[in-house]
Design a protein around this ligand. Structure first.
Ligand SMILES: *Cc1c(COP(=O)(O)O)cnc(C)c1O
Length: 344
């Protein structure tokens, strides 16, 4: 437990003073025969506003993840989980956040949109946090959020659990652990720690292992106090009825999801073995995600060559020298990639 953390010292004054929008669906939640309260059209199929609290999804996730429903926020993708954190905790033009690079690009973009400076600390020794270098920043009052992406994108590795816990214990701001790839990982989720650390936000998504990137639904797990702040600030109807239905259906089909994860993991091994046979491949970094970070002899050339072959990978040369990031696809897709690379 971090005993010096006080959420009231952290929340922006305008958010503390905010009187949240109270929708018709917030004010009357029961069942009735006639709804004439929200200026909806009485005709059609999607004529009613969605459940602003996404109660059915939260009940299901509460069982699956062993947390209370009031410890769950559902967002329009993880992007919304990230953006709302800036809006709740960071005073534009004044506060700062800290990230460990190379990492996911949205932290920077969201920070820039909110006019927040980003302090960047390089990951070291196969992409782990350098605690010595981080230490002074833990006491900076204007650093409000530390982002930890684990498994990290684009490097694929999980960040050491002890290091994350050290930061949670010793930093008086918010720690966001982005677990977009956790369902592919052999490591446990940090969700089990949301009762222990009141400054922890665990961010997950339906975009990767759950196969619903087109649906745009992300989830934050945190203390009741943090989730209450998210609910104050979010747009009232931030997740559409269609999106809620698709997510619920997928949550009721977990077997299918697990099967796909297993297939992706076994394809990952095959892809890694095949890549290792190629002369152009210098190193494949260990991964806990559904992608491989691969060092090649010339990342720019290989990226361009594959585009000509109509195979698109991610060139990460600007982040990690001569590295490409390859998402694990179907067996057929992976074979097509390998065939192309063999003929380079
Ligand atoms: C893909 C990804 C996400 C997912 O974002 P959504 O907005 O939920 O699609 C989040 N974090 C990281 C690090 C990712 O790579």
């Amino acid at each position: 437990m971090n005993t010096t953390f006080n959420i009231n010292n952290l929340v922006r004054a305008n958010i503390k003073a905010l009187k949240p929008y109270s929708s018709a669906r917030d004010e009357f939640k029961g069942t009735a025969d006639v709804f004439l309260d929200a200026n909806e059209n009485p005709f059609g199929e999607l004529n009613r506003y969605p459940d602003p609290q996404q109660s059915k999804i939260k009940e299901k996730l509460s069982t699956i993840k062993s947390v209370e429903t009031n410890q769950i926020f559902i967002g329009n993708g993880s992007d919304e989980v990230i953006d709302l954190a800036f809006r709740i905790f960071c005073e534009p033009g004044k506060d700062k956040v800290l990230t460990f690079t190379p990492t996911y690009g949205m932290y920077d973009v969201s920070a820039n949109i909110n006019n927040i400076e980003v302090i960047k600390q390089p990951l070291i020794n196969d992409f782990q946090i350098n605690l010595n270098q981080l230490q002074p920043y833990l006491d900076f009052e204007d650093v409000k959020i530390i982002f930890i992406c684990s498994p990290n994108n684009p490097t694929g590795n999980t960040i050491n659990t002890d290091d994350i816990e050290y930061i949670l214990e010793n930093f008086n701001g918010i720690v966001i652990v982005d677990e977009a790839y956790i369902d592919f990982s052999s490591q446990a989720s940090f969700i089990k720690n949301i009762n222990k650390y009141n400054n922890l936000i665990v961010s997950q998504t339906f975009s990767k292992a759950w196969g619903l990137a087109g649906v745009r639904v992300g989830v934050a797990y945190a203390s009741e106090a943090i989730i209450a702040l998210y609910n104050r600030v979010k747009p009232p109807y931030n997740v559409s009825t269609l999106n809620q239905e698709v997510v619920l259906e997928r949550l009721n089909n977990q077997f299918e999801v697990s099967k796909n994860i297993e297939t992706i993991l076994s394809e990952r091994t095959k892809l890694k073995d095949a890549l290792n046979q190629l002369d152009i491949v210098k190193k494949i970094y260990p991964t806990d995600a559904n992608f491989l970070l691969v060092e090649v002899d010339n990342a720019d050339r290989i990226y361009q060559y594959l585009i000509d072959k109509k195979v698109i990978i991610r060139n990460r040369n600007t982040q990690v020298e001569n590295c490409i990031r390859i998402t694990v696809g179907t067996n057929q897709e992976n074979k097509k990639l390998i065939e192309a690379l063999k003929n380079i």
